[in-house]
Design a protein around this ligand. Sequence first.
Ligand code: SF4
Length: 403
Amino acid sequence: MKKTKFKQLLMPMMLPIHFKLYAQILKKEGYNPIILDTPSPTMIQEGLKYVHNDTCYPAIVVIGQMIEAIKKENYIPEETAVIITQTGGGCRASNYLHLLRKALVRAGLEKVTVLSLNLSGLEKEYSIKLSIKFIRMALAASIYGDLIMHLANQIKPYEKNKGQTNKLIDELICKLGDDITNHHGYRKNKVKKQCQMIVSSFSKIPYVKEKLIKVGIVGEIFVKYSNVGNNNLEEFLLSEHCEVRVPGLMGFIDHCITQKFDQIKLYGGKWYVSFIAKLFYKYVQSYEKYANLAIKNYQQFDLIMPFDEIRKIANKVCGLGIIMGEGWLLYSEMYALCQEGFENIICTQPFGCLPNHIVGKGMIKRIKELWPNANIVAIDYDPSATKVNQENRIKLMLSIAKK
Ligand code: SF4
C-alpha cells in the first residue's frame, strides 16, 4: 500500500481481540487497515442486493458490510482495497473472492481492489505476501488473542468492578500490538514472557465466584465469533448470567494444518506435503504450549484443551476423515466442551452452510449418545431470522440447563 495507490484496506471483523492485533501488524507492513466492526441494520439488505440469496449467510453479511461502508464513507474506489480470508478447502469459502468481485461490479464499484489472505496459494496475484516474519507475527497475535479471550471469559461474569476486564483487554491489545510490531514480540522467548504477563494481569482482577450456567459456543467460524454475524450472542449470554466458553482460533488453524497430513494418511497424497505439514504443526505447537504453561501457575483458571486431545476426541466421536466446513473440529469441540463442564452448547449455523449442518446439527444425536447430559441447541442465522426468535430458543435451552 505504501508503494501503490491504495489509501485504505477494509477488513471485516470476526474476533475483536485478534483482529485488532492483526490490524496493527498490517499497519506495520505498510497497509492502512480499517476494521468494519459496527453492525448496521441495512448491511444485510445491501448484501442481498448484490449476492444471490442462496449464498451462505457469512458472505451476505461480509459483502453487504463492505459495500455499505464504501458507499457511506464515500471512499474513492480506485484508492480502496478490501480483504477477505480464504481457507482453500472444498466449501464455498474458497469462492468468496469471486463472489465479492462480482458483487462490487454489480454495485458499480469494480475499481475497488479485492485482496485475499490465504495459506493455500490461491489467487497469488491478489494475495497479501506472507513473509516468514508476517506469519510469525500473526501466530503470536493469534496465541495472545486466544489466551486473552479464554481468560476474559472466565473472569468477566464474576468481576467485582464491572468493566475492569474490558479495560484490561484494551490495555493488553495496545501493549502486545506494539511489542509484536516494534520489539520482536513474536520471538519464542518473548511469547513465553508475554503469556505469563497476560495470565498474571488477569489474576489480579478481583472477582466473586457464584454459580452461573456454563455455556459453550461452537459452529461455523464467522457466526461463532463475529458479533455482527451472531447478533451479539456473547453479550446476550452474559446478560442471562452465563459463563461463556468459545474455543480459540488456534484450534481452527491447527485443524487446517493437521488436515494436510491426516488426509494423506487416509486417502493418499504426496509424502513431502505431509512431511512439511508435520514440521509446521510441530513449530506452531512449540509456541502454543506457552499459553498453558503460564496458566498452570494459576489455579483459578482452566487450561486450554491441547489440540492433540481434541484430535483424539474426533476419532472417538466419528473420525478424522470429514473436512468440509469446520469438519471434524466442530463435533470434537462440542464433546471437549462437555468434558470441560460446559454441557450447555449453542451450535451456530449459518443459512446455506450444508457442511456445518452435517458436522454440527447432524452430530448432536451422536454427542448425546456419548455424553447424555449434553444440552445442545442449533441456532440458525439467516437474513430473515429475527434476533428475538434466536434468543427465545436460547432461553429455552437455558431453562433446561437450570433444571
Ligand atoms: S463453512 Fe459453510 S458458511 Fe462457511 S463458506 Fe463454507 S458453506 Fe459457507
